[in-house]
Every structure is written in structure tokens, then in C-alpha cells.
Design a protein around this ligand. Structure first.
Ligand code: NI
Length: 259
């Protein structure tokens, strides 16, 4: 089991981060990628990766935070030079939390800088995308339009929450599709997951957020990824072990994890 998107670097785990990491590894987790959302949490992700075996880091400025903090390319580039920094992100477009047109332009610029950084360092991107209620898929199409112009870029669209057609567009660009505990309780995912090739699916928690059905409302932890694997196995009519092995292989391939 690999949690390809966690935030053990966030304040929700400030007091018991080491215990949560220990609990996850003793519950069958083989690797965790901690994802940064700004400078501070990116630095923390690197610190944790330096401290713990099989813990990796992704560094980036979340689209929701682009109005609050400047994306300093050189500082992030230096951080990304760490051996255990395996991805750039999370980055992308978020029209759910951000509606100011100026900030939307800024989001795109910062997203382009992340793409540039990923290309320079030959690292995959971890993409975040969220639309508003009226136009839930609009930023997905915008993102696809941007990515289609960019060459030699790979990555994952994390916490995928659009439709099958959009998922197929990401697959065509060589991207993986990431699923969280949301698939254990929300509708509409079964059809999408059924159609996706097993070698393009990544498992993640986005902890402390998005706890699976059994733990809904509680703080999510990395080992909860087992419920995501279980659900994918059920939808695809595969065994848990088959699904676990395949999704591990996928994460190892994309992020070049050395586990
Ligand atoms: Ni996240």
C-alpha cells in the first residue's frame, strides 16, 4: 500500500506525526509521499523525508495559496534537489476557493512555473483541480489545454473528481489518476474506475482530509489508503492483493520510489 498524497507535514499532525507515521508503516504502508502546499509545509515535507525511511516529499505552492505567498522558483528548485523530493506540487487550478479574476490569472502563472520546474528537474507533477458549483469541470478543461501545449510532462491528477471523458484526456497525456477515500462514499466513481486501466491508477488519502466512509468526519491517516485499495479492487473485480501490488507498482514507476 502506498499513500501517494498525504499531508503529515500539516499542523493537524504536529503533535503526533511520528506516531502516525509508525502506525501507518506497521499497518502495511510501504511508502508515503508528503505533499507541500506552501513554503513552510514544503520545507517540513523535506525534513520528514530526511528523517524517515520510505517517506518522500513533493514541494509546491497550492493554487489556493498563490495569492498569499510568492512562488520563489529558485528556493523551490533548491528544495527539489533533495534526493527524496519525488514530485512538484501540489499545483494547479482551483476555482472553488478562488474567484477573483486577477488571482485566477496568478494561479495560472504559478502553475506554469511549477511545470517549468518539473521539466527542469525531470520530476512528475502532482496536480490539484477544483471547479465551482456552477462549472465544476471548467478548470479541468483549462488545465488540459495548458498541459497539451507542454511537452515531456508527466504526473498525476490527484483526488480526481471529474468525469470519464476528462480522465481519458489525462490518460492520453500520459498522466495517472489519483483516488482518495472519497470513492468509498461518493457516487459516480465506480463507472470511471471500472473503465480506467489498472496501471494508471494511484492510491492516496489526502490526509488529514477526506477520511474514508468508516472514519468520515475524523482525521484521516495514511493507513486509511487500504480502504481506497479495497474499493478499487471491488469495483474492478480484482483481489485486494492484486490491486495493492498494481497500485504500488504504478506509484513506484511514476515517482521512481526506491523501496
Ligand atoms: Ni492535498
Amino acid at each position: 500500500m502506498i499513500d501517494t498524497h498525504s499531508h503529515l507535514n500539516f499542523n493537524a499532525f504536529k503533535k503526533d506525526c511520528a506516531q502516525v507515521i509508525g502506525r501507518s508503516f506497521s499497518n502495511g504502508i510501504k511508502a508515503i509521499i508528503n505533499v507541500g502546499s506552501d513554503l513552510e509545509t514544503s520545507k517540513r515535507a523535506i525534513e520528514l523525508a530526511d528523517e524517515f525511511e520510505n517517506l518522500y516529499a513533493a514541494i509546491g505552492l497550492h493554487p489556493v495559496d498563490t495569492g498569499r505567498e510568492v512562488f520563489d522558483f529558485e528556493i523551490y528548485k533548491k528544495m527539489a534537489g533533495n534526493k527524496k523530493a519525488v514530485a512538484i506540487g501540489e499545483t494547479g487550478l482551483d476555482y472553488f476557493h478562488v474567484s477573483d479574476p486577477k488571482l485566477i490569472v496568478l494561479q495560472k502563472e504559478v502553475f506554469l512555473s511549477h511545470i517549468k520546474l518539473a521539466r527542469e528537474l525531470d520530476l512528475p507533477l502532482i496536480l490539484h483541480c477544483r471547479g465551482n458549483k456552477q462549472e465544476p469541470y471548467k478548470p479541468y478543461y483549462k488545465m488540459l489545454e495548458i498541459l497539451k501545449k507542454e511537452k515531456e510532462i508527466k504526473g498525476v491528477i490527484h483526488c480526481f473528481s471529474a468525469d470519464l471523458e476528462i480522465a481519458k484526456n489525462f490518460l492520453e497525456l500520459g498522466f495517472y489518476i489519483g483516488f482518495t477515500g472519497v470513492i468509498t462514499f461518493a457516487k459516480g466513481f465506480d463507472e470511471i474506475i471500472k473503465e480506467l486501466p489498472s496501471d494508471k491508477i494511484l492510491t492516496e488519502t489526502d490526509c488529514p482530509y477526506l477520511a474514508p466512509a468508516l472514519y468520515r468526519g475524523e482525521r484521516c491517516e495514511s493507513w486509511h489508503v487500504k480502504f481506497v485499495i479495497e474499493k478499487i479492487a471491488q469495483i474492478k473485480n480484482l483481489s485486494f492483493v492484486e490491486t495493492e501490488e498494481q497500485t504500488e507498482k504504478n506509484a513506484i514507476n511514476l515517482f521512481k520510489l526506491k523501496i
